[in-house]
Design a protein around this ligand. Sequence first.
Ligand code: GLV
Ligand code: MN
Ligand code: MN
Length: 428
Amino acid sequence: MLAINANRLNARLQAFAAIGGTTKGGVNRQALTEGDRRARRLLAELATARGFRVFQDPIANLFVWRNGRDETLPPLLIGSHLDSQPAGGRFDGALGTLSAFEVLESLEDAGTITDRSVVVVVWTNEEGCRFSPGCMGSMAFSEGAIPGLWQDKNATDGARFAEELSLTIQSLPEAAMVPLGFPVHAYLEVHIEQGPSLEAAGIPIGVVKGIQGTRWLDVTIKGQTAHAGTTGLSWRRDPLRALTSAFSNLYNTVMPGDPEARFTIGRISARPGSVNAIPEEVHCTIDIRHPDPGRLDEIEMFVRSQIGEEADTHGCRVQILCAFDMPACGFSEPLREVISHAASVCKVQSMPMLSGAFHDALFVNRIAPAGMIFVPCRDGLSHNEDEYVEQEHIVMGCEVLAQATLLAANCMDPFPDCTALHTIEPTF
Ligand code: GLV
Ligand code: MN
Ligand code: MN
């Protein structure tokens, strides 16, 4: 058993929650902002003080490296993300990152040399709320390239992606540059569940068997701006009217008709945005999710047809772009067994479960077996400043990660059949 230092982990969670901390006790530390840079700098300082080597790659993924016995073997990656939602909680991402760093320090405290190197990774822009899409860091790492289209992206606050990325990389001059994507033995990530299942079951550890699919749509409807007082109904080409009629149908059918489906409109804006003018153009984002890839396609088609029909009815034009497509994935069976075994070594109950949220592990799973350890969060609440994890669950998650790290980092052979396993469609 590798003992972790719970007090140190708690102190770290508090210190990082203060970076971008909100008055309501949450965190606003969106990707590639000054807050994100401060959090990365703090981790790099802590790492350097412990004698670990720090690297970053061209998408600003940050790596804290602890050498193993044989440096020619692909390392075990453990980690998560440090960016947050605009009104996010203190545990989404930070828990996994700081638990991983705690495991690295605990290995150091114990003087334990693992066969493979163990590397803590902080993935860039997991959330995708400031710059879309989400999981930019892990996606680029798994593809070995940064998609050209990302360079011209603008943030919701007007900032340019290329500039913010470059400032973020420059803010850590001591972190030597490594190429994007390198061979990885396996990847482990602790995360809060972000839903109610573990709490309802009274079980502290979830062994994640897979992640459901996510698709993001960017919807723009164009009509004609005109005077609010003089323009009668038959003269109006009102894009907001078209959009809200479509919404009403979609809210009434997508989720009520399929308990596994998720449908969310999280952002909407109208131009010119004047109290006494019909909008010229409206824009909204739509987030749809489903574990079954076929159903995800069907829902997307239904959304497109409903919005298209309402746009026609109201004399408007519509453009719908797919901004993010994250097909469902199933995680490697042998790595799930490693996590379940680690939980039993720690004498904590665990259960297999599906993730409703997406995670960087989904992209890493395309190049190496990935596994996730979930812990419960109070009332299943996340993407909310009130997000909360019980102290005992923080400790259990980190302990399970520590034991799983020992098992995976001392496993000399590649995990068997992993390539075949992560091409299999998940059965949920
Ligand atoms: C991750 O933040 C998600 O939206 O699932
Ligand atoms: Mn997260
Ligand atoms: Mn999140």
